[in-house]
Design a protein. Structure first.
Length: 189
């Protein structure tokens, strides 16, 4: 039987569904469109909640996590969209709320060149997250998603950011959807 052909965005959505994500809060934009498209093309139980503003998405996710005890997921685009999440991320960090923030990003070969709506959200969020990722390989997406959930929910809960360049989300996925987490230096006890 042939392996199902997936791109990075589809592999990410399949992994989030497997992790039990019920809702994703967010606001769409160009750099994250492949991930938004995957929400429609991948069969999953995930419901997308469209907000009027990215900051509202993080605050809604915060409320969801507090009310349910489950980690919340936010999905926004690059640049100003990602920047608008900072206050909600800070709130999650200060109040120990498990949140995974997925941001679209410019294509990898344009990073650091002041491309349209490029912002170093990885660097910007360092002081206000438990951990963050800038994804450089499509096949790492499932492992990174699992690690983000593990980090966000263990020890003192808090936010984890996953920055996904557009070419990474659009590239063919040839890795393992069930990739194990690899956090040798992380000891949350």
């Amino acid at each position: 039987m042939a392996k199902e052909a997936l791109d990075g965005a589809q592999a990410l959505i399949k992994t989030l569904d497997e992790l039990g994500v019920e809702y994703i809060f967010g606001y769409s934009g160009g750099a994250a469109l492949p991930i938004f498209d995957a929400l429609e093309t991948v069969k999953s139980n995930i419901k997308f909640i469209l907000t009027r503003h990215e900051q509202g998405a993080t605050h809604m996710a915060d409320g969801y996590a507090r009310a349910t005890g489950k980690p919340a997921v936010v999905l926004v685009t690059s640049g100003p969209g990602a920047g608008n999440t900072i206050t909600g991320i800070m709130t999650a960090q200060m109040d120990s709320v498990p949140m995974i923030i997925i941001t679209g990003q410019q294509v990898t070969w344009m990073l650091g060149k002041d491309a349209f709506q490029e912002a170093d959200i990885f660097g910007i969020t360092i002081p206000v997250v438990k951990h963050n990722y800038l994804v450089r390989n499509t096949n790492d997406l499932p492992r990174i998603a699992r690690e983000a959930f593990h980090i966000a929910t263990t020890g003192r809960p808090g936010p984890v950011l996953i920055d996904v360049p557009k070419d990474i989300s659009q590239s063919p996925f040839t890795g393992d959807l069930n990739a194990e987490i690899d956090l040798p230096g992380y000891h949350p006890e």
